[in-house]
Write a protein that binds this ligand. Structure first.
Ligand code: BTN
Length: 323
């Protein structure tokens, strides 16, 4: 850990050159300390250009998360929220899951740089500084873990609402909880639940949204991906995105607590990229089942009409591919 690294990265977030000397003077340290701090940034995977005679710069300007700005943007509607913005975390989900019982209800933890992001089915979530909005929200439920099977679909609805508010009308859902644009992945949701099957229970809802993926990160991802920068004609401030999302998440979570998916399933289906489409379901044992998506049930199960009749697929067990 180098305590100078993030203060310097904040200075460099304007995307302009800053000389080693000017940075050293600003932080009252030696130029070697500046160099060491930026070496540590490189170790964390942050690319920093260093040009003799000009100094250091990031490949492009980066908008960092700002706790006060987010709280101001949410305004009074945010009274329920405990917000923590970290410069760097291995994983926002792991951070909350490490000590679930000590956390307050409705704690949101976001990281400007998440280095060991986790995805569903043992995958990783690749992110660099400013390339992805990465955060987790801890929510306590009276009901047990068994009643939360449809939660990830409800969260998908909150994401769709937030993206629509920001003018990203083309976003779609992919069962159980990916967000796609033109069949390329924009965002993912990882929900981890702790508690008894019949209650109470706590969910840590982790969300990653690609903002501006550099080529080196795209290359490490084994599926077609996109980012907001490629699909929106205006640049989207992650502070605004997180503020809007948190309000939409709270709305949807309250609705889900009351009625489960009952009042959300119609909206979910409307945005499902594969509704009434021919799909291939990939089973954990490698088998494939072909059929036409018919919809979802109130516990988030996907209904597919196959050769052998209507089959139900439970979230987390299979993956859907278009044919
Ligand atoms: C997936 O599509 O497989 C789910 C990806 C979830 C990624 C987010 S980023 C913030 C939170 N912290 C993590 O370690 N993972 C989730």
């Amino acid at each position: 850990m180098n305590t100078l690294t993030f203060p310097i990265l904040k200075l460099l977030s304007d995307g302009k050159f800053h000389s080693g000397e000017a940075i050293a003077t600003q932080f009252n340290v030696s130029r070697t300390s500046v160099w060491n701090a930026l070496q540590y940034a490189e170790k964390l995977g942050v690319e920093v250009f260093s040009v003799r005679g000009r100094g250091y710069k990031l490949p492009q300007p980066v908008t960092l998360l700002d706790e006060q700005l987010i709280l101001r943007t949410i305004g009074e509607q945010g009274n329920w929220l405990s917000l923590e913005i970290h410069d760097h975390l291995a994983s926002t989900n792991s951070h909350l899951m490490q000590n679930v019982s000590a956390q307050r209800h409705a704690t949101c933890v976001a990281a400007n740089l998440q280095t060991q992001g986790r995805g569903r089915r043992g995958r990783s979530w690749q992110a660099g500084l400013g390339s992805s909005l990465t955060f987790s929200l801890l929510w306590r439920f009276q009901c047990g873990a068994a009643a939360l099977s449809g939660l990830s679909l409800a969260i998908g609805v909150a994401l769709m609402r937030a993206l629509h508010i920001l003018g990203i009308q083309q976003a779609q859902l992919k069962w159980p909880n990916d967000i796609l644009i033109d069949r390329e992945k924009l965002a993912g949701i990882l929900i981890e639940v702790q508690g008894d099957m019949d209650g109470p229970s706590t969910a840590v809802i982790g969300i990653g949204i690609n903002l501006h993926l550099p080529e080196n990160i795209k290359k490490q991802i084994d599926q077609p991906v996109t980012d907001l920068n490629s699909v929106s004609n205006q640049s989207i401030d992650p502070n605004l995105l997180l503020s809007i999302l948190l309000v939409q998440l709270a709305n949807v979570l309250k609705e889900f607590e009351q009625n489960g998916l009952m009042n959300l399933s119609g909206e979910w289906t409307k945005h499902h990229a594969y509704h009434l489409q021919q799909v291939r379901m990939l089973m954990p044992d490698g088998r494939e089942v072909h059929g036409i998506v018919q919809g979802i049930t109130e516990d988030g199960t996907l209904l597919v009409e196959t050769e052998s009749g209507l089959q139900k697929f439970i979230s987390g067990e299979i993956s859907v591919r278009g044919v």
